[in-house]
Ligand binder design. Structure first.
Ligand code: ZN
Ligand code: ZN
Length: 375
């Protein structure tokens, strides 16, 4: 694909960042977390840091943002780093080099305190010239990433379609009698064949193991007439998808299994309908949770309703009782994934990936949600 067609809108992002930095009265921001570096510069390698300066300082000029990497990435960074960021190849610690670049009369330098090690912090402190003050600023780029642009939405949409296609292919074959691990591996390989990679280790959990929300695929053979939960996602050109479906491995599943399935499906569909710009994450969580609590299963739904998805498979915002104070914003991408887990018995989770719209929403995952019997 030609670079121009998929080039991230890094110049626009730098402008949005600059506005956020002015609000925090920062003169510069050190960006070091890998996905944040990629978001701000387009660089996909593993060793790179960037320093963004607050615009508005005419003396700083348009090309004053800096990106530092080492010789291994000389060619790759030459291809990926946009014109408005000055690229430099350095030796030794990138943090020390970054600090050494900040001469001038000083100011406030933001850094990502959640992702900078104590050692790197010490290096920064040591090399910064007098007058510069380190300011903990974690989450600034994550806040920008929270609202996706059209190009990002197209990539997430494509990842979700690819994951749907991989699952459709998997279900054409036999599932019952194979191990959870074999099924997970086939699904992951199908995503790879389609040009993506798994965005997280695929969960395949049959029967009682379905009652463990984070069960990994195990060595047990999948038996007939049980519920089978599969949670999978694709990462395509840096953007993730995330989806869960629960299937019946035979028409002989119990009446209780069908009842719990329909309960979760109702909660999930009402949760999806509640997604729009405006309500807080915890309010959307509450819509789905009320359905499950109303049926007496509140204690069996022990996790939040959903999470943001983008370059990372778990990012802001959160749809949860404990961590969902921010109103949802149009352009965010979130999951809606209620579950009911009956210990030592069964579990059901249904998850869609949803783009938040101004008044409505766009569901990106399209596999049917009626209880589907597979063989
Ligand atoms: Zn998931
Ligand atoms: Zn999820």
């Amino acid at each position: 694909m030609p670079a121009s067609a998929s080039a991230p809108r890094t110049a626009e992002r730098a402008e949005r960042l600059s506005a956020a930095m002015r609000e925090r009265e920062l003169d510069a921001l050190l960006v070091s977390e890998r996905l944040n570096v990629r978001y701000m510069t387009g660089f996909t390698g593993s060793a790179g840091v960037a320093i963004f300066l607050t615009a508005g300082d005419e003396a700083a000029g348009a090309a004053a943002h800096r990106f530092l990497t080492d010789f291994r990435y000389a060619t790759q960074s030459a291809e990926q780093i946009p014109a408005h960021v000055r690229r430099e190849i350095v030796t030794g610690s990138l943090f020390e080099a970054a600090a050494a670049k900040l001469e001038g009369e000083g100011g406030r330098l933001g850094f990502d305190d959640a992702n900078v090690s104590v050692r790197d912090h010490a290096r920064l402190q040591e090399r910064l010239s007098e007058g510069w003050q380190l300011v903990p600023c974690t989450g600034m780029i994550e806040r920008l990433r929270l609202v996706k642009d059209a190009g990002e939405l197209a990539q997430i949409r494509a990842a979700a379609e690819l994951a749907d296609e991989a699952m459709s292919g998997l279900l054409e074959g036999r599932i019952v009698g194979r191990t959870e691990r074999e099924v997970a591996l086939e699904l992951e390989n199908r995503m790879r064949d389609l040009g993506a990679e798994p965005s997280f280790p695929t969960i395949v959990a049959a029967g009682t193991r379905g009652a463990l929300p984070h069960a990994e695929a195990g060595a047990a053979e999948i038996a007939p007439d049980l519920l089978l939960t599969i949670d999978w996602g694709a990462r395509l050109e840096g953007y993730c998808s995330d989806c869960t479906r629960t299937y019946a491995t035979g028409a002989g599943v119990s009446a209780q299994a069908r009842e719990i399935y329909e309960l979760v499906r109702t909660a999930q569909e009402q949760g999806v309908q509640a997604v729009a710009a405006g309500p807080r994450g915890r309010e959307v969580d509450a819509v789905a949770r009320a359905v499950i609590e109303g049926a007496g299963h509140g204690e069996h739904f022990g996790h939040g309703l959903g999470h943001g998805v983008g370059m990372d498979v778990h990012e802001a915002p959160r749809l949860s009782r404990t961590d969902g104070e921010e109103p949802l914003r149009a352009g965010s991408v979130v999951t809606v994934e209620p579950g009911v887990y009956l210990p030592d018995c069964l579990g059901v989770r249904i998850e869609d990936l949803v783009v938040v719209g101004e008044q409505d929403r766009e569901v990106l995952t399209h596999l049917p949600k009626e209880l589907t019997v597979i063989s």
